[in-house]
Ligand binder design. Structure first.
Ligand SMILES: [Zn+2]
Length: 84
């Protein structure tokens, strides 16, 4: 059915977030980066505190992307919300 084609782009697109302990970047979905304050590094398990100013730019950029996604899929989003 048509509804099954609706995808929340923010849950599909990913953005790298650097773990300063591993000194490596790992990909997390945009939606997750925008919504949570802490991520767990998939490699070392250490806490990635997105509230830290070191991540300010990344978080700001991701939130901007989420904003654009929500704007362009406004109608789909409304449908999604109604289904939740
Ligand atoms: Zn790590």
């Amino acid at each position: 059915m048509a509804l099954m084609r609706i995808v929340d782009t923010g849950k599909v697109f990913k953005h790298p977030v650097r773990c300063f302990r591993c000194d490596e970047a790992f990909y997390f979905t945009l939606r997750k980066i925008a919504e949570v304050q802490n991520l767990a590094c998939p490699l070392c398990g250490s806490n990635i505190n997105l509230a830290d100013e070191a991540y300010g730019l990344v978080v700001a950029k991701v939130k901007e992307m989420i904003g654009l996604i929500d704007q362009s899929s406004g109608r789909l989003q409304a449908t999604n919300n109604a289904l939740r």
